[in-house]
Design a protein around this ligand. Structure first.
Ligand SMILES: NC(=O)c1ccc[n+]([C@@H]2O[C@H](COP(=O)([O-])OP(=O)(O)OC[C@H]3O[C@@H](n4cnc5c(N)ncnc54)[C@H](OP(=O)(O)O)[C@@H]3O)[C@@H](O)[C@H]2O)c1
Length: 276
């Protein structure tokens, strides 16, 4: 599959850091050129220089806040104006929010939904017509282990990722005979800035986590094998089976132990258990 994508263009959202930057690195090593999208342009410029030096990768850096309406169209228009065609879309940008319902910041929650859900859908539908015309293309949507169940204190986030998983799995089946692969990557806890941004600083240090290079490798392998979804890590995979057997009430109650906000001065409990 990677031979087929060599010298073609991939669009990676959330490419300034974390999983997105690693997607860019691994795709560049497969010979792809990259459109990098996120808000922090300087980080993407540095990444573009690194990839050009290492692999001769051409990069187009587009600074954009994907939670703002109209940004997906602007990005695709800029790509078209440069005469580039997207062969692979990695919808990775996203963030989570951990917190109690009575402290909820509704504006921030809606911003999260616009990023995690609306921008992902819009970018998907914007790149699809060209892919359908060519009869080939790939889309990898990043959901989460939390897509498989409701998660207390992260209700809106887990629901947004359930949306991503359901939407992407439906598209996978609709498009697979038309030459287009849509796969969903559902990572469990991974070493990035995700939990600091979500409002649970220090949480990552107390829990077992996977490395970004492993998670990204698994995601790209799933895409190349035309798999519907992928859950990196066998313990995470087992969890997705367990939540199907356990009662729904039990599943949500268990999740409360992981994300119940800690009183000031108290740190997140150490646990070797993986969640998402
Ligand atoms: N790490 C985990 O444990 C974990 C687990 C399950 C799922 N995930 C999912 O994995 C994906 C990547 O997250 P990560 O772990 O790599 O976290 P991260 O290190 O915080 O990276 C998030 C990326 O999204 C970009 N981003 C955030 N808001 C944006 C906006 N409004 N517009 C454009 N780009 C934006 C950030 O760039 P800028 O700040 O420069 O805009 C950054 O590049 C997310 O969808 C997340 O939900 C992560």
């Amino acid at each position: 599959m990677w031979k087929q994508f060599a010298n073609q263009w991939a669009l990676v959202t959330g490419a300034s850091t974390g999983l997105g930057a690693e997607f860019a690195r691994q795709l560049a090593s497969h010979g792809m050129h990259l459109v990098l999208v996120a808000r922090r342009g300087e980080l993407m410029d540095e990444l573009a220089t690194e990839l050009h030096t290492k692999h001769g990768t051409q990069c187009l850096v587009i600074t954009a806040d994907l939670s703002s309406p109209g940004e997906p169209q602007r990005i695709l228009a800029e790509i078209a104006a440069q005469g580039k065609t997207i062969a692979l879309l990695i919808n990775n940008a996203g963030f989570g929010i951990v917190g109690e319902v009575h402290n909820a910041d509704v504006d921030r929650i809606l911003t999260m939904i616009r990023l995690n859900v609306s921008a992902l859908i819009e970018l998907t539908y914007l790149v699809l017509p060209e892919m359908l015309q060519r009869g080939r293309g790939g889309i990898l949507n990043v959901a989460s282990l939390s897509a498989f169940q409701p998660v207390a204190y992260m209700g809106a986030y887990s629901a947004s990722k359930a949306f991503v998983l359901h939407f992407s799995e439906a598209l996978h089946c609709e498009l697979r005979d038309l030459g287009i692969t849509v796969s969903t990557l559902c990572p469990g806890v991974t070493r990035t800035s995700f939990f600091d941004i979500a409002g649970a600083p220090g949480w990552l240090r107390k829990h077992a986590a996977l490395d970004v290079d492993y998670v990204v490798r698994k995601g790209l392998k799933a895409l190349s094998r035309r798999r519907q979804h992928c859950v990196p890590g066998w313990r995470n995979f087992l969890l997705t089976l367990l939540v199907r057997i356990a009662s729904r009430r039990r599943v949500v109650k268990e999740s409360m132990r992981f994300f119940r906000p800690q009183p000031p001065g108290k740190h997140w409990r150490r646990s070797r258990r993986r969640f998402f």
